[in-house]
Ligand binder design. Structure first.
Ligand SMILES: Nc1ncnc2c1ncn2[C@@H]1O[C@H](COP(=O)(O)OP(=O)(O)O)[C@@H](O)[C@H]1O
Ligand SMILES: [Mg+2]
Length: 154
């Protein structure tokens, strides 16, 4: 699915609507260049779960942040500083990325895409200064989940 966003607020709104389709155990890979809107999209997702979006900060130095929601945690991972996936393999990343008790959102997901089997990929790209192209695809999900995600109406 491809959606275009002409503003920061629209990107947030798409993230917010998208949140309603997410369930525990989902892993999202956010991909795209620096400043394209990955964190903005994640703020929208958190807003969709009634978490204050101004408390959502990219954990580019700490690698991971955990947001405690009422029913389950959301893990926000930022792999900007991870250049080689061997670093993550050494950290025992797999258990971290797949958390059946929560939802995991990974900025710079391209760093780990080829070692994960099940994920939703949200790829953002620049159209111009304010406009973004947002593509959403899945890998390894059941037909039911795919059609649910396809039902996203903006
Ligand atoms: N349509 C848009 N969607 C998202 N962000 C936008 C848009 N237009 C301009 N921006 C700006 O782009 C920047 C995106 O920043 P951020 O989400 O931190 O990027 P990333 O996490 O991908 O590095 C913000 O400064 C935001 O105001
Ligand atoms: Mg970011």
């Amino acid at each position: 699915m491809v959606i275009f966003s002409e503003s920061i607020n629209k990107t947030k709104m798409i993230g917010k609507k998208f949140a309603s389709l997410l369930t525990k155990g989902d892993v999202l890979l956010l991909e795209g260049e620096l400043g394209v809107g990955k964190t903005v999209f994640i703020k929208g997702i958190l807003e969709g779960f009634n978490f204050p979006p101004n408390e959502v900060i990219s954990p580019s130095f700490t690698l991971i942040r955990e947001y405690h929601l009422k029913d389950f945690p959301i893990y926000h991972i930022d792999l900007y500083r991870i250049r080689v996936k061997e670093e993550l393999i050494n950290l025992g990343y797999e258990d971290y990325f797949y958390n059946p008790q929560g939802i995991t959102l990974i900025e710079w997901g391209d760093r780990v895409e080829d070692i994960l089997n099940i994920y939703i990929k949200v790829e953002l790209s620049f159209v111009n200064e304010r406009k973004r192209r947002i593509s959403i695809i899945t890998k390894g999900y059941s037909y039911e989940k795919i059609s649910l995600l396809d039902s996203l109406v903006i």
